[in-house]
Write a protein that binds this ligand. Sequence first.
Ligand SMILES: [Fe+2]
Length: 259
Amino acid sequence: MTEQATAVARPRIARLADGIFQILGQKPSCHVYLIRGTGKNVLIDAGLPTAIDHLDSCLAELGISRDDLHLVLLTHEHIDHVGAAPLLFGRTVIAAHRLAANKIALKDEFAMMSKAFSAAVEGFRVDMWLDGDITVHLGDYRLRVLHTPGHSSGCVCFHEPDHGLLFSGDTLMAGGVMGGIFGSGNISDYINSLELLKTLRLNAVYPGHGRVSTTPAEDIAKALSRSRELLDETKILFDAMNSTRHFEQLLRSTRDLNA
Ligand SMILES: [Fe+2]
């Protein structure tokens, strides 16, 4: 038997709970989650534009199509999470935090990390700008929107409080892996967001990449420890910089305004 013949096909869909499915991302695209509530069908994240055929075929396997999606919730503005969203327009409402929505609407390539994924940015309308204390009711599930900046300024997690679930995007991954700090991200905000997640009673974390976690408390503790180390490293890096030279250009622009 050839090596090719013995290869085991990688699963495309994982059933995580009643009505909750993980459509596994084809790297480097993110995982997409489908929640089939008794009231509404919700997608969390959309993946890269090139992942749309994979998404379509997985939805078909689950017995629905794009037109059956009532809401698409985006965890943040990075292209590997939002790139396919404009292809889902139809009867679907697309929602993201306002600090992600504005970057998407303005086609902010730097903030969306399009070059890192060799993907073209297509600016699109985000129908619902999430801000404040918002809960989405799906019938048997409800999702609380938690603003968790750090990986980027527009990051949110979706918390299902009745079942102790967290759809964490790139904010928290299994093993306490963090998503890194890019573009509009900030380490102090990241630490604050992890402190917020620490207060939740969680049974599972459903991340944007990697495996599902059933040890949220340990993961958050590890991520907090790592993030504080990162803050210290940032301070060392700042001290090592020639601050006069680095800030001269910024200060000059202010002085020019006053001239
Ligand atoms: Fe990201």
